[in-house]
Design a protein around this ligand. Sequence first.
Ligand code: ATP
Ligand code: FE2
Length: 335
Amino acid sequence: MKIIALGIESTAHTFGVGIIDSKGIVRASINNVYIPEVGGLHPVQVREHHMNNFKEIILKALRSAHISLNQIDLIAFSQSPGLGPVLKIGALIARTLSQLYDIPIVGVNHCIAHVEIGRLMCKVDDPLTLYVSGGNTIVSAFESGRYQIFGETLDLPIGNMLDSFARDAGLTHPGGPKIEQLALNSKNYLPLPYVVKGMDLSFSGLYTATKHLIMAEEFNKKYNLEDIAYSLQETAFAMLTEVTERALAHTKKEEVLLTGGVAANKRLQEMIEYISMEHDAKFHVVPLKYAGDNGVMIAWTGILQYQARGGDELDQTIIKPKERMDNIPIPWRSE
Ligand code: ATP
Ligand code: FE2
């Protein structure tokens, strides 16, 4: 039987509402992104922003799908991981809708949702996934019933690091695309800290080094911002590529999936595509619309979860800000 799910994404900047059916047909995808005027992400401000906008986003999604809430068979929401105050908004709205309209509810892990929407949109079965965004840097693949984590950042997530550097350099948020543009104009590599520990990554030393380069005497004399942007990308992306390649050699997966907001970067795509080819694996980038945070990925993963093990009881819908994707059994997939 076909079911229709409404998914609510609310882990960070994005309040997203997606509607999709169990055949994988997207009915609506409305995402509203909070962009801070200055500085980083303040949970309380994000929460207020989502609080002020959720009703309009939900109504827009329903209108765009030409359906009413009564026709929704499942409510899914991002339950983990993320900022506590922000996750709470999504959970509260999902629970309220579920209770008022008597619709089953499921809580979904945001990182797993990135992988599942990637599998659907790119038509891949069993990929090794590099998920790179403002809040996450994870190399993951399905093994022993779970999405195991083969490598991850030990400190700053890649997108957050790029955005912080961009802010220090006086560029506006989000910094990633601006750094990509600047980097195109340089081939002058400045040596920077390259830190891979085992299978994990550390970006904080790299970030500090680029900050020093901006503040140094020689800035705009011996090198410029384009050179730093180029060197930063080459170093950070080579680190990501090394870990992804080693995970690929270990897992022997035949497909590679690149997702998250940073997946939009052409240079990163090029590097990951290259190592995929070297290992005879097919390379896929999740389309931009579904690579960044969105409600559809939550709705789709909600359907998979609901079909495999039913809805959640209300007391199972408590948010889990720190829950890791490798902690969660994946009953909808077999070895
Ligand atoms: P998450 O909650 O999954 O961590 P997020 O809130 O960071 O996600 P996304 O849309 O997945 O949201 O990612 C945004 C990040 O992607 C920002 O750090 C931004 O700078 C980065 N980004 C976007 N485009 C590019 C690009 N072309 N090159 C590098 N980074 C990019
Ligand atoms: Fe995300």
